[in-house]
Design a protein around this ligand. Sequence first.
Ligand SMILES: [Mn+2]
Length: 284
Amino acid sequence: MNVVSSQVTRYRSIWISDVHLGTRGCQAEMLLDFLKYTESEYLYLVGDIIDGWHMKRTWYWRQAHNDVIQKLLRKARKGTRLIYIPGNHDENFRAFCGRRFGRMAILKEAVHKTATGKKFIVIHGDQFDGVIKYAKWLAVLGDGAYTWALSLNTGLNLLRRKLGFSYWSLSAYLKHKVKNAVEYISRFEDAVIAEVRKKGRDGVICGHIHHAEIRNIDGYWYGNCGDWVESCTALVEHPDGRFEIVRWSERQNLSLAEKKTCESSSSPTPGFLKSMVLSVRSIL
Ligand SMILES: [Mn+2]
């Protein structure tokens, strides 16, 4: 049945994020299938892999969730360079940033050098929630205020947590503002790109907002690897340096070797809006 995925595809690099293991919404079987039929030199886990927040409230864990972790570790043992960048839902792992476990590195932020020599920042993206929250002032106050908002976001959320409040997140905010989802996504992207520009890199790869996309923003490369709750998407780099979004559920459903390549698309379409609504509905 799975004509397309009946053989292993080799990529140079793969990025996955927002798997949310430990929640009912996690599409663990779909991810297992993806991991089974793909190989890569680099495999980046771009945050929110295990949903520690959710598990503190409700315990939900299935064999398939174990299998995902075992499969990832086995890939590392067999030679894949596994790089784990914790997100806000698995922030407990941030305490281990800078450590290495065999071939798996845990980093706060990585720089990926592409096959064509470009340098892309790899980051989860929750760092920018604060920037979006205060976006209106920041436009007025400028660059110093931007840096201030970034650190304020981290500090405020640390305090909120100590006081027993939940994290203020873009995802949760979007959930209540679905009508403005498109505008907020573009604000998120702008905030991320501002950081890339500041750091003098060529582009960025992130997750967090559960919306896979490849775009060119003001001459900078923006890639988001999506999620494994609704869309089942991964970002991949081919050996020749081409990037593509792989939509695994679509691949499974497609007959013959018809490949859906997600080209850069900046204009929101009804289909996009529908998937956005579906996606934000599922964000915890
Ligand atoms: Mn997140």
